[in-house]
Design a protein around this ligand. Sequence first.
Ligand code: DX5
Ligand code: ZN
Length: 215
Amino acid sequence: MPLISPSLLSMDFAHVERDVVMLNNSQADWLHLDIMDGVFVPNISFGFPVVEAIARYARKPLDVHLMTIHPEKYVAELQRLGAYVVNVHYEACVHLHRTVHLIKDAGMQAAVTLNPHTPVNVLEDIVGDLYAVMLMSVNPGFGGQQFIPHTLEKTKRLKRLIQESGSKALIEIDGGVNRTTGRALVDSGADVLVAGSAVFRAPSPEEEINALKAL
Ligand code: DX5
Ligand code: ZN
């Protein structure tokens, strides 16, 4: 059974409490929070005051996805807000090892995210230190984009890399995940599915989470 991490990027920001309480009462495992800086990605989402508002109502672990340059600058603030997983982009970190250990030393779970064009083997020497590796199955910056099919083969390669290195890292996938792509991803070795529009645009978000959970 995959872990499900609904992306709050697609929620109704005029109803933060309502939507977070809905997720608290659903089968969602984590809450996925997308922080964008308008530099690393061509969009700006929300910052720490909004994360704080979400955290006030959230009763599930916060899975933070930093789509920013210099993600190390935000680790202390995320620790203060009680984040569980901190996902930083490989492409945004010159000193990835240092950033990963900064996150771990702050008592949070360190995860590294790869853009669609970045091969999994760049993680060979860090995967043993990671709680999760997240593969972007769209180019980051926006919800509601089309799943890139190449991610299935990439997920299998990542699974092999993790097994060969003796790491216990989870495989998380973000972008264009729905029941169909989710099924194929679980078959390819995915452990955690992030889903934004599939959940929040469904007639019943709770039922959609149940369906993803049952994959
Ligand atoms: C995109 C974000 C995703 C986004 C996914 O850059 O990282 O988490 O919310 O949205 P969907 O599931 O609609 O592709
Ligand atoms: Zn994300």
